[in-house]
Design a binder for this molecule. Structure first.
Ligand code: PAZ
Length: 362
């Protein structure tokens, strides 16, 4: 109950823009695939920002570039899922990620043949054609919907809206939370309207007036009117949205969350704590340095299972997980970890749908 109030206050006090347009697109997409009898996956991807001003010049960000989400979305499409790809604006996207990840830029791929004509260089022609074909197939068959966010508030508003729209799908819906949302933020009513000044500059106000005006409405404390040597931010915790997602927004869907840590000693503990607290279906744990090569599946059955990609293609001994848990690594050097994660998740989703009492709506 406490959480309900916390949520309502959060959404009321921290607005987002253009939600209605995204809601309409998601509603049409989900209804269409529900009627067609398709499974629908909501895949979240990329990091969220925390603005420091309303007219935002500065913001806090995180490392996530969206590789996990973009790759996973492709493998869900291959498994026949319709995918709502809720991603950070400008982060990696399914299929097209291949060009960004390999730093292929237009001058690399386009060769000028005469004044107005270009051809694709032979080196990358096949890859460009295959990638564009897959991308266009997903888009023209209406199996892939892009919805983007930037701030933590944009993300949470959209997550709630899309999860609620998926409710009628029952257990056929799958929510796969690969994004890296911020844990702390500055509430909207404490954000200054304009760019934070590094010095007291407004000659029309006395320094005391300026200080009281800016600090009364902001989460920012500084030592104005003296030239500031320190700048202190006061951040509030983001409400624990996973609880609301599991208990209210998407009660029947299968929910998969990710847990990222940098300290190997706490990864499993934190993943188990999450599954025991929120009682959802699966936590996929990963470490920052080895996230491309290994993950651990933690479920309510307490049967932790590691999945590892091949060591070639970038894995070095230095990346070896200090957890040293046995796992069967892939033998294919080109195999991406997500091509192993997604089929395992799909298998669990099938078990989830087949469970007696499951609210399967197709
Ligand atoms: O986006 P990316 O591929 O660079 O990183 C993926 C990831 C590490 C953000 C994801 O696998 C993950 O763990 N997301 C959850 C982060 C967390 O809130 O703990």
């Amino acid at each position: 109950m406490e959480n309900d109030f916390e949520d309502e206050a959060y959404f009321a006090q921290n607005p987002t823009s253009h939600l209605a347009k995204d809601e309409l697109a998601a509603d049409n997409f989900i209804k269409h695939h529900s009627q067609a009898g398709h499974r629908v996956a909501l895949v979240t991807s990329g990091g969220t920002t925390v603005p420091l001003e309303k007219h935002t010049v500065r913001y806090i960000d995180n490392f996530s570039v969206g590789s996990r989400g973009a790759a996973s979305a492709e493998y869900f499409l291959m498994q026949g899922y319709a995918v709502v790809f809720l991603h950070r604006e400008g982060s990696l996207t399914p299929f097209l990620r291949r060009f960004s990840q390999r730093n292929i830029s237009l001058p690399d791929v386009l060769v000028e043949t005469d004044q107005d004509t270009f051809r694709i260089s032979a080196e990358v022609k096949q890859e460009v054609q295959d990638t564009l074909k897959s991308y266009n197939r997903a888009r023209t068959s209406n199996m892939l919907l892009f919805i983007s966010f930037s701030t933590i508030s944009d993300y949470l508003h959209r997550l709630r809206t899309i999860a609620c729209l998926m409710q009628p799908l029952g257990s056929v819906g799958l929510i796969y939370l690969a994004a890296a949302p911020s844990d702390f933020f500055i509430p909207s009513d404490r954000l200054p309207d304009h760019k934070i000044q590094s010095r007291f500059t407004d000659k029309s106000l006395t320094s005391t007036e300026w200080l009281s005006q800016s600090s009364s409405q902001s989460g920012l404390r500084s030592t104005f009117p003296q030239p500031p040597s320190q700048f202190t931010l006061h951040l509030d915790p983001v409400p624990k949205f996973l609880k609301s997602l599991v208990e209210r927004w998407a009660r029947d869907a299968m929910i998969v969350s990710f847990k990222l840590e940098t300290d190997p000693d706490i990864l499993l503990h934190k993943a188990r704590h999450s599954i025991n607290t929120y009682r959802h279906h699966l936590v996929i744990g990963n470490m920052l340095v080895t996230r491309k090569w290994e993950v651990v599946f933690v479920s309510q059955q307490n049967d932790d299972r590691w999945i590892r990609a091949s060591k070639s293609g970038g894995w070095s001994e230095a990346d070896e997980s200090p957890l040293r848990i046995e796992a069967i690594p892939s033998t294919d050097p080109e195999q991406e970890l997500e091509s192993m994660i997604v089929p395992s998740v799909v298998q669990l989703h099938e078990e989830h749908m087949a469970r007696p009492g499951s609210c399967r709506k197709h």
